[in-house]
Design a binder for this molecule. Structure first.
Ligand SMILES: [Zn+2]
Length: 229
């Protein structure tokens, strides 16, 4: 139904770039090329102790963490993430994931990764949205790096309210223990890349890691499209 309504709205309102509002060419997927070129990339996957690594340091054991772009309320990434999460534009997640994967390709960051694991949504939320936005990013990353996506093993077992208006401590209380790994043996001695749309406080990633560490010998790296600072 949602897909049908989207088709219908595209029929009456031509597909526009959510950043600058110009009409999209048939070859452009969800965002115009000009805006894509202005994305504030961090290129921090080569940078030890970058923003994400500093934020997560000491909270759980991880190998590396990297982000694709800076995220701010007025920035180019904000309307793209908004469209991805709330307006059924999953092609934006796939596209940005592909571009991120292209940058990571051949790097020491991506070489050891064996599985790409998206942060899961609760099944109820995923049904409402029609897809998991983190999984679209994982799919894009997989397309350019050829590393398989593993979804369905890390699961969200508790439906929690939205994170937006919570303090850091409240957020941690809100997500602690809500993730689980169904088959820990699958990730034993594997190096996985945990993927999400944005890193804010890192509490969701921390809660995922808490569940993932049930797998003996697991190594965790982190990749998100945006970093909020
Ligand atoms: Zn544009």
């Amino acid at each position: 139904m949602r897909a049908f309504l989207n088709e219908l709205s595209n029929l009456f309102f031509p597909n526009c770039c959510p950043v600058c509002g110009t009409g999209l060419l048939p070859s452009e997927e969800g965002v115009c090329l000009q805006c894509l070129h202005t994305l504030p990339k961090t290129n921090n996957f080569t940078e030890p102790d970058n923003f994400a690594e500093t934020l997560l340091a000491g909270r759980f054991p991880f190998e590396r963490a990297a982000t694709f772009c800076a995220y701010s309320k007025q920035g180019v990434l904000q309307p793209l993430i908004y469209q991805l999460k709330y307006n059924n534009k999953k092609e934006i997640g796939i596209l940005l994931g592909k571009l991120f994967g292209k940058d990571l390709l051949g790097s020491e960051f991506i070489k050891p990764i064996e599985f790409i694991v998206p942060v899961p949504l609760h099944p109820k939320k995923q049904k409402q949205r029609g897809y998991n936005q983190a999984e679209t990013i994982a799919d894009g990353l997989s397309e350019t790096t050829s590393i398989p996506v593993s979804s369905g093993n890390l699961v969200r077992s508790i439906f929690n309210p939205t994170q937006t208006k919570r303090t850091k401590t409240q957020r941690w209380e809100n997500v602690k223990g809500i993730f689980d790994v169904l088959h820990p043996a699958m990730y034993a001695d594997k190096h996985i890349l945990l993927v999400d749309d944005i890193i804010t406080t890192g509490s969701t990633l921390e809660a995922c890691a808490y569940a993932l560490l049930k797998s003996p010998g697991i190594k965790i790296s982190i990749a998100t499209l945006g970093e909020v600072f």
